[in-house]
Design a protein around this ligand. Structure first.
Ligand SMILES: NC(=O)C1=CN([C@@H]2O[C@H](COP(=O)(O)OP(=O)(O)OC[C@H]3O[C@@H](n4cnc5c(N)ncnc54)[C@H](O)[C@@H]3O)[C@@H](O)[C@H]2O)[C@H](O)CC1
Ligand code: K
Length: 536
């Protein structure tokens, strides 16, 4: 499931038209027909789609084939088709013909005088007129939105620039306040197709029929919230063109895990397997006040399937940790009387890491004098994959670690938006403004695998790939959920997954386990991080 920018979409359109010789009008016909089919299915199902319902489920992202057009359905339905000046409007005009053919009464509402349409949109305008579809021009003719059962938003698509202007803005506001279910063509009008920022006003759709490939803006909030239930419909643009373009942003579905990341979840364990086969994780973290972080990360690594976990912790903590997780091995590394870490513990951590397959550092680590040197020696001295989270990220944020000796093995960083803000030296608001691009740029610039957590977590690789997570629930905004993810990713690395596989599969599983754990509770907000581990 590819995710593209508006510019990439324009290139793909051009390559399909000029390179493959498929005329634009054919693509538009496919687009409009797909939109109509989804509306007809919606009417047929008589499903009450709550206006602007964002169900957040993956089921919404389906690629439905070319179902046969259902004729004579839902005659009671009367739909308004809001038509913009560009090709998005053209899609709407095609859809209007197919809706009418299926027995749904449609009225076209032109945002601009129809004579100003050009190219394929003008051709569709004439075809709609020749079919006798009723049409009004907004602002010139009377329009009673209340008389209709649904609205198709074909005002603005990937060619929009800036906040909707003039009659577009008025129509968007009128549609939103009508309380009618709105289906958006390609993207909700008023949404920035690349960043997910919503202009004022922006359509709040119940359903978005996204054409050809997912747009980045549909997967980043607030855009993801304005799109409602998203359906991706092919319109005849071959996926091979996307691969050729090198578009490397994917919607992280099980198919992408399997086919793009080669994560083979069906692989059986060898009967001769033993705990040494499944890798050994070293976790450096935990202080007196934040010992739970170390426990959660360690338990999560074990639950993720690695063979052994050693938790390196300050001596002062040891008595309290003994027996808390019998399966866990403990290694005290010195530290201060108050149970905090100090610079000297680095030697012990390096010694321990020499016999482990993965080193994770950060959960509950706290800050301490000389912690930058401490982390630099871990960075330069560990000869295995490194997973850094929480305070280890805050330490990184205070130094330009690109001058540190480059490593043979990968590094995975797992910041939440606040930690990302510190790492990138920008505000959290700016981080959330364009998560996918920020993650891609940072991962490439610092040659790390970056897991930018949040709704639709982004996994970005040094090679310029990104994977947008499809699992998870708001209930997972609970203390320790990040420690669990760090442990899971480490546990998967220890079993031989590469950094991209471990980060993407870890994030996917973490969200899925969180969904299941929260579904098991009467009130999902009662979820605690430990429940995620048990649901794994
Ligand atoms: N072969 C193809 O190109 C296909 C395109 N598809 C659909 O086309 C749109 C993209 O169409 P485009 O003509 O590039 O632009 P839009 O229709 O999105 O709108 C541009 C149109 O609107 C005016 N405009 C731009 N910004 C604003 C604004 N802020 N306020 C008011 N008006 C604005 C501008 O003047 C232009 O005239 C894509 O989304 C698909 O829906 C099909 O998918 C098939 C193939
Ligand atoms: K639209």
């Amino acid at each position: 499931m590819y995710v593209v920018t508006a510019e990439q979409m324009r290139q793909l359109d051009r390559e399909t038209i000029e390179g493959l010789g498929i005329p634009a009008i054919a693509l538009m016909e496919n687009a409009g027909r797909a939109i109509a089919e989804e509306i007809i299915a919606l009417c047929k199902r008589q499903e009450k789609v709550e206006p602007a319902a964002w169900n957040g489920s993956r089921e919404g992202f389906h690629v439905s084939g070319d179902a046969a057009l259902t004729l004579g359905t839902a005659a009671a339905e009367r739909w308004l088709v809001l038509v913009g000046k560009g090709n998005n409007g053209g899609d709407g005009l095609v859809a209007a013909r197919h809706l009418s053919e299926a027995g749904i009464a449609v009225t076209l509402v032109y945002a601009v005088p129809p004579e100003s349409l050009t190219g394929e949109a003008a051709l569709q305008r004439d075809a709609a007129a020749a079919m006798g579809l009723s049409a009004v021009v907004y602002g010139r003719d009377r329009l009673d939105i209340a008389a209709y059962s649904g609205i198709l938003d074909a005002l603005l698509g990937t060619g929009a620039a800036g906040a909707p202007r003039g009659t577009y803005a008025e129509l968007i506001a009128a549609a939103n306040s009508s309380g009618k279910p709105i289906v958006s063509a390609d993207i909700p009008s008023g949404l920035d197709a690349d960043t997910g920022q919503t202009h004022e006003p922006c359509i709040h759709a119940s359903v978005t029929v996204c054409l050809a490939f997912l747009k980045r803006g549909l997967l980043q909030y607030p855009g993801a919230g304005a799109a409602g239930h998203i359906v991706v419909r092919s319109i005849g643009i071959p996926s091979a063109l996307v691969r050729k373009q090198g578009s490397a942003v994917y919607w992280l579905t099980p198919a992408v895990l399997r086919d793009v990341l080669n994560v083979d979840t069906s692989r059986q364990r060898s009967p001769e397997g033993h705990k040494g086969t499944y890798g050994h994780v070293l976790l450096a973290g935990g202080t007196l006040r934040m010992s739970g972080a170390g426990l959660l990360a360690s338990r999560a690594a074990l639950r993720a399937g690695c063979g052994l976990v050693t938790w390196a912790l300050p001596r002062r903590l040891l008595p309290y940790a003994i027996g808390s997780v019998p399966e866990l091995m403990l290694a005290e590394v010195g530290g201060e009387e108050d149970g905090s870490w100090n610079k000297d513990t680095a030697v012990e951590v390096l010694k321990l890491s020499a016999e482990r397959d993965v080193t994770a550092a950060g959960p509950g680590l706290g800050r301490f004098a000389g912690d930058t040197e401490w982390l630099r020696s871990i960075w330069e001295g560990t000869d295995c994959p490194l997973v850094l989270d929480a305070d280890a990220l805050n330490i990184l944020a205070e130094t330009d670690y690109r001058i540190w000796t480059s490593r043979r093995h990968p590094v995975i960083l797992t910041p939440h938006p606040g930690e990302m803000a510190r790492l990138a030296g920008i505000s959290t608001v700016e981080v959330q403004r364009n998560r996918i691009q920020l993650a891609l740029d940072y991962a490439r610039e610092y040659s790390v695998t970056l897991v930018l957590k949040g709704a639709h977590t982004v996994i970005a690789t040094p090679e310029g790939q990104a994977f947008i997570n499809t699992t998870g629930s708001p209930a997972m905004g609970t203390g320790g959920a990040g420690d669990v993810l760090t442990g899971m990713i480490s546990g998967l690395l220890a079993q031989g997954l590469n950094a991209t596989q471990a980060a993407a599969f870890g994030v996917y599983l973490h969200g899925l386990a969180g969904e299941r754990a929260s579904h098991q509770r009467q009130d999902p907000s009662a979820l605690m991080a430990g429940d995620i581990i048990e649901a794994l």
